[in-house]
Write a protein that binds this ligand. Structure first.
Ligand SMILES: Nc1ncnc2c1ncn2[C@@H]1O[C@H](COP(=O)(O)OP(=O)(O)O)[C@@H](O)[C@H]1O
Ligand SMILES: [Mg+2]
Length: 123
């Protein structure tokens, strides 16, 4: 069997209840293979952030399926989603989201906290 896509969205819809209800994504299909490199572009309000939040496991589709590395993420609980996020996904936010009360080193290490590698090794 061929390797599953890294990312696969199948008929993903995300609506926000409102009122008025907003359908930010309507029946989106996306397949991203290993070594693909893509940009998501579109005017403000077209649903880019909504889609990235779903791809980053920060949000769930209202309807449809999201497979990450062949795993159906809709079946995963929050702990499993956090583990997938920690192991497979990297975020670079537009705002830095640094913790001002922590050192530079602590801020950098934050991304590796869920790796289960001992702190001394991560340092
Ligand atoms: N939490 C939310 N509640 C209600 N509507 C939202 C929410 N998030 C986004 N939207 C709406 O969904 C649409 C897509 O927004 P968004 O994904 O932020 O677009 P983009 O990132 O492309 O600018 C917009 O109409 C926005 O107002
Ligand atoms: Mg946005």
């Amino acid at each position: 069997m061929s390797r599953p896509a890294v990312v696969e969205l199948i008929d993903v819809t995300r609506s926000f209840p409102g009122p008025p209800e907003v359908q930010a994504l309507t029946s989106i299909n996306l397949r991203v293979e290993k070594q693909d490199y893509l940009s998501i572009v579109g005017p403000s309000g077209s649903g880019k952030s909504t889609m990235l939040n779903i791809l980053g496991l920060l949000d769930r589709p209202s309807v449809g399926e999201y497979y990450l590395d062949g795993a159906l993420t809709g079946l995963a609980g929050e702990a499993e989603r956090a583990a997938l996020r920690g192991g497979k996904i990297g975020f670079v936010f537009q705002a830095f989201h640094l913790m001002p009360h922590r050192s530079v080193c602590d801020n950098v290490l934050l991304a590796t906290i869920y790796s289960k590698v001992p702190r001394a090794d991560r340092e």
